[in-house]
Design a protein around this ligand. Structure first.
Ligand code: F0G
Length: 541
């Protein structure tokens, strides 16, 4: 990203921040008190006492000026607010049409102020249309559901899947494989009485390239498609109701998934009549990696690649608090008349639809999140999200973001810290805690959580343990245990942090690494067996 006329060997800045927030001065003793008071549960640690908060990149984005402007156009009407049409249009641009060119403010102006156009039946049909439904209106065949965040989409989906499967096959246990389920997805699957499986390639993940540099990103987030087919054959396709792929693979170190792998997983799922679903929270970052690293994709735009990625699936859930460049938003959608619809709708003997899965999902959406036109979001948030969906397809933005992750990862690596996953993924940096502790700590000692707590206490840096503690290693079967990545994640907020923040974090982690022997192990003293325990457990060090 340099000025081509007069090249420099540093990146040309692409944006600047014009709202600032002070970081308070807090002592280690004060943080220690707060840690004790919140039972060493880092989710309960007050954000206002932190120096750098890297717990999550979800909803923490600093929005662009275009998004803030779009918020003024938010319409808070209860039924069919203006943003509903704008958001549906944006979703179809991003996930179906391969179009990254629209400006939301123009969209509102032309779509919602031109009454003649709004009176036109064709117009209503076009803008009422959900995703992947060839123009059918949401009124007739609902297949796209706005929700406040990703887990709401998962909860609506999995609750209905449980109900349908429970009625058809009472008492039966199902397995849902993925390249890597996120913790809320696992939690939702477990709560429906099913078994989540994570089928990635662990050996590939821990392989550190010579000198810490690399030529091509090898798509370490890919599904191990051999394992997938083996599992389906072993269990029988009737026991595998859905196959999932997470892009990028958050649980597996934020690593990307190639288009070839998406197509192969989709092919295998379809061979056995199983719907192929995406968890698409970081779809734009995944498309970036495909553009930069996958053969034949360099000349395609992010939008064109997104279109190809989504062409593989029968449906998807997504948290748009990540690659919606927004603070709120989620979606559940499926392909009209596709495999998901076929497998989960009920039909009369003459082939007519008795119970349409789309209508059932809509009933659930309305009973939990309000009218389908806003799905639990305010009209302002809908506009910011619609704008953000276009903003996050900007190549320079994605390039800077991924390079910021890589700067942090290389910084750790060059400081001698062991266990850094290289290359970095798209939204943060992960450290393998087994390697960090020289394989000296037992899996149930939850030393990764000890590391996270100690990083808060000493330096005011909050990370997320996504390893043995959060992923419930001790509660898993031996085969599931082998699928846990024992990592701590440093998530990078979108459009918010500078190199100064990164350098501070590198220095802190280096110092903590050198003193790693003194990092305490952790005991769970309350909430050990509860689903998603890391959000509510009490700990002791
Ligand atoms: N799927 C993936 C891959 C996610 O990363 C997340 C959230 C969700 C689903 C759930 O979405 O938060 O909007 O309800 N990940 C955040 C994180 C919380 O920190 O990685 P949500």
């Amino acid at each position: 990203m340099n000025h081509e006329e007069y090249p420099l060997n540093v990146a040309t800045p692409r944006s600047f921040t014009y709202v600032t927030r002070d970081i308070p001065r807090v002592t280690a003793a004060q943080r220690e008190r707060a840690l004790k008071a919140t039972h060493y549960n880092e989710f309960a640690f007050p954000a206002g006492m932190l120096t750098v908060d890297m717990l999550s990149d979800s909803g923490t984005t600093a929005m662009t000026d275009v998004q803030w402007s779009a918020m003024f156009l938010g319409d808070e009407s209860y039924g069919r607010n203006k943003g509903y049409y704008v958001l549906l249009d944006a979703l179809r641009d991003c996930f179906e049409r391969g179009n990254d060119q629209k400006h939301v403010i123009d969209l509102v102006r032309t779509n919602c102020k031109d009454i003649d156009r709004m009176m036109d039946e064709l117009y209503l049909c076009e803008y009422e249309g959900g995703l992947f439904n060839g123009g059918a209106a949401q009124m007739e065949r609902p297949n796209t559901f706005i929700l406040p965040q990703g887990r709401a989409a998962e909860a609506v989906l999995f609750e209905l899947v449980r109900k349908i499967l429970g009625q058809r096959h009472p008492g039966k246990v199902f397995t849902i494989p993925s390249n890597g389920h996120f913790d809320t997805t696992e939690g939702n699957i477990k709560q429906m009485g099913s078994i989540p499986r994570n089928l990635y390639n662990k050996e590939l993940l821990w392989e550190v390239p010579e000198g810490g540099t690399y030529e091509k990103n090898p798509f370490k987030g890919n599904m191990d498609t051999e394992k997938l087919e083996e599992l389906i054959v072993k269990l029988g396709p009737e026991n595998v109701p859905l196959v999932y792929t997470t892009i990028t693979n958050n649980t597996v170190c934020g690593q990307p998934v190639s288009l070839a792998n998406l197509r192969e997983s989709s092919r295998i799922a379809h061979k056995y009549g199983i719907p192929f679903m995406l968890d698409a929270a970081r779809w734009a970052e995944n498309a970036y990696f495909i553009k930069v690293n996958e053969e034949g994709c360099a000349d395609k735009s992010i939008a064109e690649i997104a279109k190809e990625m989504f062409a593989c699936c029968d449906g998807f859930t997504a948290s748009l608090k990540k690659d919606g460049h927004a603070n709120m938003g989620g979606i559940l959608a499926f392909r009209d008349r596709g495999l998901f619809w076929k497998n989960f709708s009920d039909f009369n003997e003459d082939g007519t639809v008795k119970n349409d899965v789309g209508i059932q999902l809509k009933v659930k959406q309305i009973s939990c999140y309000g009218n389908d036109s806003y799905g639990g979001m305010s009209g302002r948030d809908i506009m910011a999200l619609a704008a953000g969906l276009y903003e996050c397809q900007n190549f320079d933005y994605l390039d800077q973001r991924v390079k910021q992750c890589e700067y942090l990862a290389q910084g750790f690596y060059k400081a001698g810290v062991k266990g850094v996953v290289l290359p970095a993924g798209g939204h943060g940096v992960y450290i393998n805690m087994d390697e960090f502790f020289d394989n000296k700590r037992a899996p149930e000692s939850f030393a990764g959580q000890g590391f996270s707590i100690e990083l808060i206490r000493r330096y005011g840096i909050r990370t997320a343990e996504l390893g043995n503690y959060s992923m419930e290693y001790d509660l898993k079967t031996p085969e599931q245990k082998a699928e846990v990545c024992n990592v701590v994640r440093f998530a990078i907020n979108r459009s918010q942090l500078t190199q100064e923040h990164m350098d501070y974090v590198i220095a802190a982690v280096k110092a903590l690494y050198e003193d790693r022997e003194s990092i305490p192990n952790v005991r769970i003293v309350k909430g050990h067996d509860l689903p998603m325990r890391h959000f509510h457990a009490f700990l002791e060090t």
